[in-house]
Design a protein around this ligand. Structure first.
Ligand code: AMP
Ligand code: MG
Length: 319
């Protein structure tokens, strides 16, 4: 058994300690409004390599650099007019922009998987913002879970997956959004959706006009890290269930089907925001030995449903 990792409530003292650990090249998990991130100094090749090792993440899957504000982000990448528009509308918040690296960008090339682009985000969570201010350097922070598994939306989830592989977890309670950020390539004059997430397609289009998506434009560039199987519990996942077997767990949405061994409802009232916030925690709770699988009811493809269905499709993909 590995020692359980130290979890500290995110007080001023704990945030200061976390910042000092990050500056010393250690890994610290912290809450954001999307999911808990496994943070490391983005300018330190060894810290970045330690993140890939701790998660078992393939090194072709680049990491997002987190900044406390847009001014700091502009120091790392070339901001197009489109990027300025999107940053003004959605930062701080669950939007990641992929932009061209500046020649003097100090972020580790390993963090960018050797690409000449970089993914940037200014998170909204107050603990994340205070931590980033205190560190004073960009912090890479992929979800704080073993690669391919269900993302963490609480400090406890982080400890379950990564104990022994990081120095500290800052506990800021459950994540309000519960889905990863939306990733948009903003190097051109039209946004290209690389990953659906906490900012909806509808909200993007309102601000920036038509978005290029892989569904509408089969030739759209795709993000290097969009693996088919991801976010996966140990049990097999079956989508669009219209019935359920007595040895299956049911993940419901709205009025649920009868007859499952155990049922959790993403949202009784069919609210997609509530469903997003519940998704990963409920997948974890249903992932119990002795069951045959997890049956999932259909969710609409609108608003946050787009990102929730993306995660569920990857959770159910052949492994
Ligand atoms: P995660 O850290 O797990 O939230 O995943 C980060 C996502 O951002 C992955 O889907 C990456 O492929 C994507 N990403 C990061 N950097 C880049 C980049 N330079 N170009 C395209 N996609 C990127
Ligand atoms: Mg992840």
């Amino acid at each position: 058994m590995t020692e359980p990792v130290r979890i500290l409530p995110a007080t001023d003292a704990a945030i200061a300690e976390a910042a000092a650990l990050l500056c010393a090249g250690q890994l610290v998990a912290f809450p954001t409004e999307t999911v808990y991130g496994l943070g490391g100094d983005a300018t330190d090749d060894r810290a970045v390599a330690a993140i890939f090792a701790a998660k078992g993440r393939p090194s072709f899957n680049p990491l997002i650099s987190h900044l406390p504000d847009v001014e700091k982000a502009r120091e790392l990448a070339v901001f197009t007019p489109l990027a300025e528009t999107l940053a003004a509308a959605f930062w701080p918040g669950p939007l990641t922009l992929v932009l061209s690296r500046r020649p003097d960008c100090p972020v580790s090339h390993l963090a960018c998987a050797g690409l000449d682009t970089i993914a940037l985000r200014v998170p909204a969570h107050p603990v994340a913002r205070r931590l980033l201010e205190a560190v004073g350097r960009p912090v890479v922070a992929p979800s704080a879970n073993p690669s391919g598994r269900v993302s963490p939306t609480s400090a406890q989830h982080v400890a379950e997956g990564l104990s022994g592989r990081l120095a500290l977890v800052l506990d800021g309670g459950p994540c309000a959004i519960g889905l990863e950020s939306t990733v948009v390539d903003a190097t051109g004059d039209r946004p290209v959706l690389l990953r659906p997430g906490g900012v909806t397609l509808e909200a993007l289009e309102q601000v920036a006009g038509p978005v290029i998506t892989p569904e509408r434009d089969p030739d759209a560039p795709s993000s290097p890290g969009q693996l088919a199987s991801h976010y996966a519990p140990a049990l097999p996942v079956r989508l669009n269930a219209t019935d359920v077997k007595p040895d299956e767990a049911l993940l419901g949405f709205g009025p649920t089907l009868p007859g499952a061994a155990v049922t959790l409802n993403l949202s009784d009232s069919g609210d997609l925001q509530e469903a997003a916030a519940n998704l990963f925690a409920m997948l974890r709770r249903l992932d119990r030995p002795g069951l045959a699988g997890i049956a999932v009811m259909t969710l609409p493809e609108t608003g946050l449903g787009h990102a929730i269905n993306d995660r569920l499709r990857r959770a159910s993909a052949p492994r």
